[in-house]
Design a protein around this ligand. Structure first.
Ligand code: URA
Ligand code: SF4
Length: 181
């Protein structure tokens, strides 16, 4: 077991050598939603909070429009807590090494639903081994809590309105989960 108080100074993997800040994540212990992304980008590495850059702006606009949920009602974090150089995808080893921190957070936080963003987070959290196109919007359970995977907002920023439309439909599934619980 790890002590979350030590996360801010973690050196368990090589990403500790190039990061500015460990992006721990934050939110209420009983949030409406636990939102899990891939890894910090440049803005997050500088600011120390997840999803404070362009992806986050789109993400929280969609969450507000589709669920009526604000950032403060979410616990927001990433699978990997330090920025990979150049925003490359975290390696399998980095994901595995960082995983105990996410497990501590999953133990601590009791959300009404979990939302994973993109392939890396959805595979790591829900264990999917199919591409996002096959798994998004499907309801799965993690420790009794319902969860849904959707595309990463960075993919929507690249891919345009068709990706945003799919994300909205996936968020409608989350809304049904919240309405039902
Ligand atoms: N992308 C992520 O996956 N997480 C962040 O915190 C920011 C961008
Ligand atoms: Fe530690 Fe995770 Fe950062 Fe690696 S990415 S140094 S395991 S907090």
């Amino acid at each position: 077991m790890l002590d979350l108080n030590e996360l801010a100074t973690c050196t368990r993997c090589q990403l500790s050598l190039t990061r500015q800040r460990v992006v721990i994540g934050s939110g209420p212990n009983t949030p409406e939603l636990m939102v899990i992304g891939e890894a910090p980008g440049r803005s997050e590495d500088e600011g120390g909070e997840p999803f404070i850059g362009r992806s986050g702006q789109l993400l929280f606009r969609l969450l507000h429009e589709e669920l009526g949920v604000t950032r403060r009602q979410c616990f927001v974090t990433n699978v990997v807590k330090c920025r990979p150089p150049g925003n490359r995808t975290p390696t399998f080893l980095e994901i595995k090494t960082c995983r105990p921190w996410l497990d501590e957070q999953l133990d601590l936080v009791t959300p009404r639903a979990i939302l994973t963003l993109g392939n890396t987070a959805s595979r790591a959290v829900f264990g999917f081994d199919s591409p996002m196109g096959a798994v998004h919007g499907r309801v799965v359970h993690l420790g009794g809590v319902p969860g849904v995977a959707t595309y990463h907002p960075a993919a929507a920023l690249r891919g345009g309105s068709s990706v945003v439309q799919v994300m909205r439909r996936d968020l409608a599934v989350v809304r049904q989960l919240l309405d039902a619980s």
